[in-house]
Write a protein that binds this ligand. Structure first.
Ligand SMILES: Cc1ncc(COP(=O)(O)O)c(C=O)c1O
Length: 393
């Protein structure tokens, strides 16, 4: 394992977001489901109801910590997941999970301080860590999730300011921590005095339903919880939220969030709240889980018939992303440009690893999104990739 190091972000979010809109591509890259996976009819009904019920107040300034009735519903959902002390007053809504992560890091971390994260980790998080001028401490993630023995040793040794972990269906590894692992992770962080930022954004997509978060094993003194509805309802709503933790941290977080944008969109928050009040969320989640499972199956079968021997694919317990490790002889930039020429884009693995300056990562990995392309395109796109990779042998 590396010592903590300063680094440049391996990828820029803005470049991924620009590519996401390009027409005519089989897009297996962007981390979002397709338009047909959005609950448009239910959102439209919720919007009509919200507009009729709330009137002009939808367009006024609002509470900086977010719509109170929405926060009450969020607290209730968290209580049902085992967060005994969840309360609206402990929640701040945010403009997506991105703002929750960014504001948390900006409150906690000063340049030169250490931030621990998973390796591989979501590239948007890596960009935030790099921009904060923090030294990164990447911790190994295997098939069974974050390696907790290595994590314990590293936290004892380096005492980072915080550790960021996507505890369910981590992006891109797909790893989900078991309940016992969550409890142990909280204990390790508490014993070493390291704040755990738990990113819960994919938890509701687990085939078996959302598990107890790490925050359920804590009272906020060790764990800060961030999430959003981008992966479960609609990314364009930009509704996320944070349970920062202690009263002091909550206050600092709320102040930072308010400095950034005063408050998040009232229209989006009230629309989402009405969607939840109308009980539209759980049936949609059930449908989404089935859809994701089916599409993962299609993509896994297509990988099985078209990728060369030596390819390894994770088997996530839900969601729509597959993390594929290619044989060592594959040169990823060559695959990417041949795939692009054939109209297929994917997320290359290098974007998910923070590396010290001058160091290259050898093991070629790709992340495939199974939820965006139309089903025939998904199978065709994976087969095209498989042929390209095999042809490089
Ligand atoms: C692990 C993780 N955290 C946060 C985000 C950002 O989410 P949002 O769109 O809510 O800002 C993403 C988006 O892909 C993600 O994968």
């Amino acid at each position: 394992m590396h010592e903590p190091f300063l680094f440049q972000a391996p990828a820029r979010l803005v470049d991924f977001m620009r590519q996401a809109d390009q027409p005519g591509l089989i897009n297996l890259a962007a981390g979002v489901p397709g338009l047909d996976a959005l609950p448009f009819a239910a959102l439209r009904e919720a919007a009509e109801q919200a507009f009729a019920a709330e009137g002009a107040s939808l367009f006024a300034y609002h509470h900086p910590e977010g719509d109170h009735a929405l926060r009450a519903l969020l607290a209730r959902r968290l209580t049902a997941r085992g967060v005994a002390d969840a309360a609206p007053g402990g929640i701040v809504t945010t403009t997506g999970c991105t703002q929750a992560l960014a504001a948390m890091l900006s409150v906690l971390v000063r340049p030169g301080e250490i931030v621990a994260c998973e390796a591989p980790a979501y590239y948007g998080l890596l960009e935030l860590i790099a921009e904060a001028g923090a030294r990164v401490l990447p911790l190994p993630v295997g098939a069974a999730g974050l390696n907790l023995d290595a994590t314990e040793l590293a936290l004892q040794r380096w005492k980072p300011k915080c550790l960021v972990v996507c505890t369910s269906l981590s992006n891109p590894s797909g790893a989900t921590l078991t309940e016992a692992q969550r409890e142990r992770l909280v204990k390790i962080c508490r014993a070493t005095g390291v704040r755990l930022i738990e990113d819960d954004i994919y938890a509701e997509l687990l085939d078996s339903g959302a598990p107890k978060p790490c925050r359920a094993f804590d009272d906020g003194s060790t764990v800060s919880f961030v999430t959003s509805f981008s992966k479960t309802v609609a990314p364009g709503l930009r509704v996320g939220y944070c349970l920062p933790g202690s009263p002091e941290l909550h206050d600092a977080f709320a102040a930072r969030k308010c400095q950034l944008d005063l408050h998040s969109s009232v229209v989006s928050e009230v629309l989402l709240r009405t969607f939840l009040e109308r009980n539209s969320f759980d049936p949609h989640l059930a449908w989404l889980r089935e859809r994701n499972l089916w599409r993962r199956t299609l993509a896994l079968e297509a990988i099985g018939r078209s990728f060369p021997p030596g390819t390894e694919v994770n088997a996530p317990w839900g969601g729509y992303m597959l993390w594929v490790q290619l044989p060592d002889w594959v040169y990823l930039p060559e695959v990417a440009s041949a795939a692009r020429a054939a109209g297929v884009v994917f997320a290359g693995g290098t974007a998910f690893f923070a590396l010290p300056p001058g160091e290259d990562r050898k093991t070629p990995c790709i992340r495939l999104n199974c939820a965006r392309a139309a089903e025939p395109d998904l199978e065709r796109g994976v087969e095209i990739l498989g042929k390209i990779v095999s042809g490089l042998a």
